[in-house]
Design a protein around this ligand. Structure first.
Ligand code: PEP
Ligand code: MN
Length: 254
């Protein structure tokens, strides 16, 4: 077991890392800067982008870099998977955690295919809520993953698309989380303030709300040079801001 998996319980699981990376150097520098502060390192390498000409992620070569860093710094790495081939490659490279993105959770065909591929493995899986606010779609995806008897599952609240939301990129709809906690009390529920906010200036206030609701952790997009990031530049904080946020949480000031 990774040391950091054990130490999180009394506090709050901290998952941080870039939305995506465009080079080994960029990835290594971010990893080296934040690994001591976090329980898990997140990094998207295959990005489900709306536009065909947007950066689609670094792809397969990122797997090797992440595998090396995971081993070197003894911090489990989490990546997003959207297809059975992603799952196979990630497992082959010993990536510890796979998360199911909001655009995948919506589709029972995809979810079932990923379940078929993950059955019998000891991979940890995190399931993000679907893009739109239908908790039954989320709950059904969770049930599918539970039915294949995965030992480690976490849920991630990343907000919901809403035409009524004016301030944030995705509406938090906190009331739906109470339902989620009641339905799956045995599963950790993590908040992803970055994708709720869409702008780094709201990360602290959303984190505060999540902690006040007894959520079990935070997934925070972090980059050494957020402005240079090829995806989600506006919502990423830098490593100094991450350290400050964690310190504030530890001091119970959030
Ligand atoms: C991400 O975590 O970078 C991401 C694309 O998230 P979501 O699936 O929540 O949009
Ligand atoms: Mn992102």
């Amino acid at each position: 077991m990774f040391y950091r998996e054990k130490m999180n319980k009394k506090f709050c699981t901290i998952i941080a890392g870039p939305c995506s990376i465009s080079s080994k150097k960029e990835l290594t520098n971010i990893f080296k800067t934040i690994y001591k502060d976090i329980n898990y390192f997140r990094c998207g390498i295959w990005k489900a982008r709306t536009k065909i000409d947007s950066f689609q992620g670094i792809g397969d070569k990122g797997l090797i870099w992440l595998r090396e860093l995971q081993q070197k710094y003894n911090v489990p790495v989490a990546i997003e998977v959207g297809t059975p081939s992603h799952v196979e490659k990630a497992i082959k490279n010993n990536i510890k955690v796979l998360w199911i993105g909001a655009r995948t959770t919506v589709n029972p065909f995809y979810v079932q295919e990923l379940c078929n591929c993950l059955k019998g493995t000891n991979t940890e899986v995190w399931i993000k809520n679907p893009i739109y606010p239908d908790v039954n779609v989320w709950f059904s995806a969770i049930e599918r993953f539970k039915s294949i008897k995965l030992k480690k599952i976490k849920l991630i609240h990343r907000g919901f698309f809403s035409l009524n939301e004016k301030k944030y990129r995705n509406a938090p709809m906190w009331e739906l989380l109470k339902e989620t906690k009641q339905k799956f009390p045995e599963l950790d529920l993590i908040c992803d303030p970055s994708h709720i906010a869409g702008n780094k200036k709201y990360i602290a206030e959303i984190s505060k709300k999540a902690i006040s609701m007894n959520l079990n952790g935070l997934m925070i997009e972090t980059h050494n040079y957020p402005k240079k990031a090829l995806s989600d530049a506006n919502q990423q904080i830098n490593s100094k801001e991450l350290k400050e946020l964690i310190k504030t949480i530890k001091l119970n000031k959030l």
